[in-house]
Design a protein around this ligand. Structure first.
Ligand SMILES: O=C([O-])CC(=O)C(=O)O
Ligand SMILES: [Mg+2]
Length: 230
């Protein structure tokens, strides 16, 4: 009888339609999060390790054990072109699980980046390679290869549940997780939101006030806001 979910690799995962992933990739994390109804974000302590890093792709998930990066090598074999890796850990850990060697291996498999609720190192090289990484820490502390975790099971990373095949989008504003079956609908909703924002941006540029665009004068007065001249 299996007592835990460690030591498992799911080799078949469902991925969303690549056209929907491409559409979603056009939008920023803030827009996607709003379009979903203000949900789906990882905790904001996950930050890009180099300026300008961005990623969007279906997740191959990894559950790590603290101080151990064995499962990244197992995960590399499961990566398909366009995937990203999302790594959680069985407990909080800021060890440097990942660096340029693993990035080189993942890139050769078509991987588009990493989100990890842990630490990474070799950041100068990751930037030079153009491999986008989002992590909770930059840490030179090395790890071993000795303890089983799992690949392609549901993982929690920075308070977000990520199922294999969910699409993860990350940019300087944060990391958002879009459930696989919602990717097309969320991309459409994000497009609508962006069109709407474009119209508002034009008005703001022309000097129109939010007070008038959003018709806020009446509700502000009803709430008791007073303008005092003296
Ligand atoms: O080798 C490791 O264990 C992690 C690392 O620094 C790399 O991937 O370059
Ligand atoms: Mg290294």
């Amino acid at each position: 009888m299996r007592l835990n979910n460690l030591g498992i690799v799911h080799t078949k995962i469902d991925r969303p339609d690549p056209a929907d992933v491409d559409h979603l990739a056009k939008f920023g994390v803030a827009t996607i999060h709003e379009a979903m109804g203000r949900v789906g974000l990882m905790r904001p302590y996950i930050r890009p390790v180099w300026k300008g890093a961005k990623l969007c792709g279906p997740a191959v998930t990894v559950l790590l054990q603290p101080g151990d990066n064995w499962m990244f090598h197992v995960a590399a074999e499961q990566v398909q072109e366009g995937d990203v890796i999302v790594a959680g850990c069985t407990t909080e850990s800021e060890d440097g699980f990942f660096g340029d060697l693993l990035a080189t291996s993942l890139m050769s498999r078509g991987c588009k980046g990493l989100v990890i609720d842990g630490g990474v190192r070799d950041v100068e090289d990751l930037e030079a390679m153009g491999f986008p990484v989002f992590s909770r820490a930059i840490n030179a502390k090395g790890t071993v290869k000795a303890t089983l975790g799992s690949v392609n099971i549901p993982v929690v990373a920075a308070n977000a549940l990520v199922n294999p095949g969910d699409v993860v989008v990350a940019d300087v504003d944060g990391v958002v997780v879009v459930p696989r079956e919602l990717v097309g609908a969320v991309a459409d909703a994000a497009q609508k939101r962006e069109d709407n924002e474009a119209a508002k941006r034009d008005q703001f540029r022309d000097g129109v006030l939010g007070l008038d665009i959003y018709k806020m004068r009446e509700p502000l007065a009803a709430a008791g806001l007073e303008y005092v001249e003296d």
